[in-house]
Ligand binder design. Structure first.
Ligand SMILES: [Zn+2]
Length: 369
């Protein structure tokens, strides 16, 4: 499975990365790349991080990024990192799943659609179960990707709206007829107090300035409204077992690595009160364990392989992925039952009495050029 990154196109419209020099340097030598990388301090306590390890970008193995850890609170993050203006070049067009690629409505894609739709229904059922949301309530899904989760929410009687920065937003609007804005959440400028819930499914770990995002979520939520955050858990059994190989360590797309306790420390100063953490996850998540075991069966890789024209290879990877996902499902169930799920969901409520903290530790402290 040596599909070079030159086969991919990226959200910023570029083709290959690294095509000029032929080989990509480590972050320390990033002066050769011409892209600005910024160093950042801990967003919880403003300290500089201590270097932990480096890991390659799975789409561009010549490029490595570094994880640092805060000596005070234990938060880990990528530093230095591509800036917000540069990050689109690290997302291939095939990064997110979408129901069908151009001209392709094969049986395999239909089966995937069916599988995903039922899992999203399960997660939406969890959303209703752990909140007091009622039919007719307006819900904003931030980073909604192709919008298939919004379909599940609509089916459950909610009134979903999405915001998404990638071209998937256009897909959601044009092909699925959903109310999705293509923009960053902060720029989209939704009305104050408009939503009964703001959901962030596997989004906050991608965000450069999560405190700014949380302040905006606080603003658009009605008093007592729900903030729902699903993110990889560094205190999970998987994270401990796989260490650096853990598939959720996906650099430089996952910028921050939280645990439920650290997420609580991030949320509460922004005017939220955490009401609970749900470790029971849908079958959508065993793939994290499966992909940690066998990185080449990563769906994001086989979608890219498929986009590159290798249908058979992609199909083989899919089959192994499906088998491995079923094989690890019992272990993932045990992990969830033990309260150490790989991707738990945190439920919090907007405290109406408290304005969000306006200080910004998340700002870059320096840059490499
Ligand atoms: Zn810290």
């Amino acid at each position: 499975m040596r599909e070079g990154p030159q086969r991919l196109t990226f959200w910023d419209g570029s083709g290959a990365r690294g095509g000029t020099s032929g080989q990509w340097p480590l972050v320390e030598e990033s002066i050769q790349t011409g892209f600005a990388l910024e160093e950042v301090n801990c967003i919880l306590c403003s300290r500089p991080g201590e270097p932990q390890f480096q890991k390659s970008d799975k789409f561009s193995p010549y490029e490595k990024f570094r994880i640092v850890r805060c000596p005070a609170c234990g938060l880990t993050w990528v530093s230095p990192r591509p800036s917000q203006n540069e990050i689109a070049r690290y997302y291939p067009e095939t990064y997110s799943w979408k129901p069908e690629t151009e001209g392709e409505r094969g049986l395999v894609r239909r089966a995937e659609w069916w599988y995903r739709f039922h899992l999203l229904r399960f997660e939406t059922w969890g959303l209703l179960r752990h909140t007091d949301l009622k039919p007719g309530d307006a819900v904003l899904d931030v980073g909604c990707s192709c919008g298939d989760r919004l379909l599940a929410m609509r089916r459950a009687g909610l009134e979903p709206v999405g915001v998404e920065v990638s071209p998937m937003a256009d897909y959601a609007r044009e092909h699925l007829g959903l109310d999705v804005r293509r923009d960053t959440f902060e720029r989209a400028g939704f009305d104050t107090d408009r939503f009964r819930a703001v959901t962030l499914y596997n989004v906050i770990e991608h965000i450069h300035d999560p405190r700014s995002l949380l302040r905006e979520a606080h603003r658009v939520l009605a008093p007592g409204g729900w903030l729902v955050v699903q993110a990889p858990n560094t205190k999970s059994l998987q994270a401990g077992l796989f260490g650096q190989r853990w598939a959720a360590i996906d650099m430089p797309r996952h910028l921050y690595y939280y645990s439920p306790a650290l997420l609580k420390q991030l949320l509460e100063p922004q005017g939220f009160e955490v009401s609970g953490v749900v470790h029971r996850t849908s079958l959508l998540h065993p793939p994290t364990a499966a992909v940690s075991l066998l990185p080449w069966v990563d769906p994001q890789r086989f979608w890219a392989v498929e986009a590159g024209g290798s249908r058979l290879k992609a199909l083989a990877a899919r089959m192994v992925w499906a088998g491995l996902t079923l094989a690890v499902a019992p272990a993932v169930w045990v992990e969830s039952a033990a309260g150490k799920s790989a991707i738990p969901t945190t439920f919090a409520r907007k405290r109406p009495d408290q304005a969000a903290d306006s200080e910004g530790w998340g700002a870059p402290v320096g840059g490499h050029h």
